[in-house]
Design a protein around this ligand. Structure first.
Ligand SMILES: C[S@@+](CC[C@H](N)C(=O)[O-])C[C@H]1O[C@@H](n2cnc3c(N)ncnc32)[C@H](O)[C@@H]1O
Length: 475
């Protein structure tokens, strides 16, 4: 048998101890094959029907991913990378590895009929699962996306904006603090833990560069600390999903065993029926240990837990007042009405679960459920920045326009050529009947951004950092 040289011998020896011997050859074989590409349609921006049209237009061959209704393996002839397609730029799909779609689906499954009301994504960047969770929540409720690494926050934020996510607050903490800062605050928690990445080697040839047993052991300790914190931040009756993209027992089953032993009120939610064929990866405990050869994907591990209900005797900690230093004030009823009037060109805005908040000239839209958490922790960014007030005008931000613009009353549907020019930062001619103010430029029903009407011209208001000079694929 040929052993791929990229895998360290010590790792293969460990695999031999846990993988049935008749599967080893298949595992090693698949390990040398390139990873299939996959995408997830973002239901906040597109319907299945829209995406069928898009895939026909581009001649994409899609194969349904069994565990994720919005996920598909994709084959196409085009030379361009998927990230250059218009539908990627407009957040209609997210490039996400198939097995990485499983943890949010497992969390929804564990919740049963209950809503994903308040959710913590404890290790969130670059946001594949945060954007997936926001879509599963239909942008409702409250989603806290935390990332410890400062350099990864920017990418996370950009993905939230691109995908039209509005129900999320960003935090920048070591995940170990949540148990203390937000005890029993969340209905559901996803801990997609930092790990040794043994499952990612088909995509990343450097995956084993820093691999060592010592690194595995150290990560296993971090994961225990994080799952401990997640347990404490979970409401009684709440659900927790723990996932990694690694294959060893120390970072997976042993971390789960630690949780169950330390907290007897935690029980496993059996995932062996999560989807048709899941039993192939199911462990005796009810976790999914996905070897790359099972579904021709990356390796992954997913476990779900339920925290026992308890009688609520203590006073709910959320009745705390806003901290004195919180720089926002809630807009008064009159101000809320005025803001809605400014935003009339967006049509009927459904903001029933949100409120406008003000900071100097800035106007923000915060989901009400998120503001309940504000007294307890410092948030970097909450909800969506609506705009800034300049004299009598409210200058609306790009992020608000693309999250709420598809239903705008004052909008213009662009052709493919116009949309391409728009992404290149060019001004367009005003072919609409609108005479003044801003309008939302849309392509195939999705908002691209704002343009200012100046006579017979539309002045492009796409933020500079989003302007693409080349490499766009519209057809
Ligand atoms: C597996 S990645 C998360 C991938 C992400 N959930 C997604 O689907 O796009 C793990 C993340 O945990 C972050 N991280 C590392 N140590 C952490 C800690 N102590 N607390 C919170 N996050 C941490 C890493 O920077 C990394 O972004």
């Amino acid at each position: 048998m040929n052993t791929p040289t990229t895998l360290p011998t010590e790792f293969i020896e460990k695999v031999k101890q846990i993988l049935p011997s008749d599967e080893l050859e298949r595992f090693l074989q698949v390990s040398t094959q390139p990873l299939k590409r996959s995408i997830r349609f973002n239901s906040l921006k597109s319907t299945q029907q829209d995406m069928r049209l898009v895939s026909n237009r581009h001649n994409w061959k899609l194969e349904q991913i069994p565990w994720c209704p919005q996920g598909a393996w994709i084959e196409y002839q085009h030379q361009a990378p998927l990230g250059n397609f218009a539908e990627h730029l407009t957040g209609q799909f997210y490039i996400q590895e198939a097995s990485s779609m499983m943890p949010p689906i497992a969390l929804k499954y564990a919740m049963g009929a209950a809503k994903l009301g308040s959710v913590l994504d404890m290790a969130a960047a670059p946001g594949s699962k945060t954007t997936q969770l926001a879509a599963l929540m239909n942008n409702e409720g409250a989603l806290v996306a935390n990332e410890f690494s400062a350099s990864r926050i920017k990418g996370l934020y950009a993905n939230l904006v691109r995908c039209g996510v509005t129900n999320t607050a960003l935090t920048h903490y070591d995940g170990r603090v949540f148990g203390e800062y937000l005890p029993e605050a969340f209905d559901a928690i996803l801990l997609d833990a930092p790990c040794s990445g043994e499952g990612t080697f088909r995509k990343d040839p450097d995956a084993f560069k820093n691999w060592s047993q010592r690194a595995v052991d150290e990560l296993s300790q971090t994961q225990r600390d994080l799952i401990d914190s997640a347990y404490k931040a979970l409401k009684p009756g709440g659900k927790l999903v723990y996932s990694t993209c690694t294959l060893n027992l120390e970072e997976n089953q042993h971390v789960c065993a630690y949780l169950l032993q330390k907290y007897p009120d935690m029980a496993v939610v059996n995932l062996s029926e999560l989807f048709v064929g899941a039993e192939r990866s199911a462990t005796n405990e009810g976790y999914l240990h996905i070897w790359p050869h099972h579904y021709d994907s990356e390796g992954f591990f997913v476990a779900a837990f339920s925290k026992a209900e308890k009688e609520m005797t203590e006073k709910n900690s959320f009745s705390k007042p806003m901290p004195a230093k919180f720089p926002f004030t809630k807009a008064s009823k009159k101000q809320q009405q005025e803001i809605l009037q400014y935003l009339a060109y967006f049509g009927e805005l459904d903001i029933s679960d949100s409120s406008f908040w003000l900071r100097e000239r800035e106007v923000w839209l915060f989901p009400n459920k998120l503001t309940e958490l504000v007294p307890l922790m410092k948030f970097d960014r909450i909800g969506v920045k609506v705009g800034e007030q300049h004299k009598k005008e409210l200058r609306v931000t790009h992020e608000f326009a693309i999250a709420y613009g598809h239903q705008a009353a004052q909008k213009l549907d662009l052709t493919a050529e116009q949309a391409e020019a728009f992404f290149m930062g060019k001004d367009l001619s005003n072919s609409s009947n609108y005479k003044k103010g801003d309008l939302v430029c849309c392509y195939a029903g999705v908002a691209l951004g704002l343009a200012r009407i100046t006579g017979n011209k539309l002045k492009n208001k796409l933020p500079r950092e989003l302007v693409r000079d080349q490499g766009l694929t519209f057809n």
